[in-house]
Design a protein around this ligand. Structure first.
Ligand SMILES: Nc1ncnc2c1ncn2[C@@H]1O[C@H](COP(=O)(O)OP(=O)(O)O)[C@@H](O)[C@H]1O
Ligand SMILES: [Mg+2]
Length: 371
């Protein structure tokens, strides 16, 4: 798939802009703080309806303006799609696909699939479990829009259950009130775990393969799902079984959860275990091993999307060029640039590509350069 046209109005430091993109490599160059990443953020927003930098919608409205608007023309195997998005300062959002209004996020998610590479990817390996759950969930939300819905529901359940646990601790509520929430947690939690396990069964071999390639066969990456003390979950993959195990855990630990006032078991606590040549790379990997692992995980994302949807997503490379030496830059571009529409922000142009265009950004203005 590719994004052939983007319209921006009042997004970050852009006024009204209409940009045509090349179906392969699009290099976005310019000095610091000119709007390179802002442009990538706008593209990513059309895909995931959120900022890959974690910014709030409010912060992306151009200062002094009442709203932002984005529109993208997407060309896919299944046809052309126009996504239109508006957001105003009264926190109202407008979503349209091919001109007709859509109420729910998950009706728009999955139309434009994207994967972002950025220097922060290292956090997937280095930081705590939340970063790894975010990686997996982010991929899954794009591929399976109903997963997004289940996840949102689950988060609400956990929040309300946590409130109740605290109220029980303070003797404001009866302990029996928990039963219904335990049921809800079990139902939805098991759905999430089941789906994650299914996805991981495909993602893990893809990541292992890429990792082997990048390390020229020197390293083996093994990814497993780590669920709080629930070895069994990995073996018994039916939804009913997972639900049963979750229930047992919760029942046995009820007292403890009330004392702590938080839900201690379920997919919101789970993690991905990352082993390289038998060593836990999250804790003991060298910087280089951690970087390679992060890159393998991201590249596996691209391959998984391809195998699930039949086409590659678009690829956003934010500032990763400066982190790589010249040989690796060219290697990365050669691997991606011939088959995937790629958007690259960079301050310098020290790399080569076969087919594409270069745009120069200066204070929110865009100029096409001849290459
Ligand atoms: N909501 C906004 N309205 C107007 N300008 C903004 C807004 N948010 C960020 N900016 C401006 O965007 C610039 C940063 O753009 P960015 O794309 O991150 O830079 P870079 O080209 O280095 O990637 C800064 O100059 C900042 O002042
Ligand atoms: Mg930037």
């Amino acid at each position: 798939m590719n994004l052939s046209k983007l319209v921006l109005k009042n997004f970050r430091n852009y006024g009204t802009k209409e940009i045509d993109f090349h179906p392969l490599v699009n290099v976005i160059t310019g000095l610091n703080a000119q709007g390179k990443s802002n442009l990538l953020e706008a593209i990513g927003y059309l895909s995931t309806l959120s900022s890959f930098r974690g910014a709030k919608d409010l912060d992306m409205v151009r200062w002094g303006c009442p709203y932002f608007f984005l529109e993208g023309l997407i060309k896919k195997n299944t046809g052309d799609y126009t996504i239109s998005l508006g957001y105003n300062l009264e926190n109202k959002k407008l979503l349209k696909v091919n001109g007709s209004a859509r109420k729910k996020f998950n009706e728009v998610l999955g139309i434009l699939n994207s994967v972002v590479f950025s220097p922060e990817d290292l956090n997937i390996v280095k930081l705590g479990p939340a970063a790894r759950r975010k990686y997996l969930d982010g991929e899954m939300m794009q591929l399976f829009p109903t997963y997004y819905f289940t996840l949102m529901q689950y988060q609400k359940i956990i929040q309300q259950r946590n409130n109740l646990l605290k109220e029980i601790r303070e003797k404001k509520q009866q302990e029996e009130m928990l039963d219904i929430w335990d049921e809800q947690l079990g139902e939805n939690g098991a759905k999430i775990i089941k789906k994650r396990l299914e996805v991981l069964q495909k993602l893990a071999p893809l990541a292992r393969l890429t990792h082997r390639k990048i390390t020229e066969g020197e390293e083996e990456l093994e990814i497993t799902y780590e669920s709080v003390d629930q070895e069994e979950i990995l073996k018994k993959i039916t939804w009913e079984k997972i639900k049963e195990i979750l229930h047992t855990m919760i029942r046995e630990n009820r007292k403890n959860e009330i004392i702590k006032g938080v839900s201690l078991f379920g997919p919101h606590r789970d993690d991905l275990k990352l082993m390289v040549n038998g060593i836990d790379v999250r804790k003991f990997g060298s910087q280089g091993q951690q970087r390679t692992t992060a890159l393998s995980l991201k590249m596996a994302e691209l391959e998984l999307m391809k195998s699930e949807t039949g086409e590659y997503p678009i690829l956003l490379l934010d500032d990763v060029m400066s982190e790589l030496d010249e040989k690796r830059r060219s290697h990365l571009i050669a691997m991606m640039g011939d088959k995937i529409q790629t958007f690259i922000t960079t301050t310098d142009m020290a790399f080569h590509f076969r087919e594409g265009q270069v745009m120069k950004v200066f204070q929110g203005e865009i100029k096409y350069l001849n290459v």
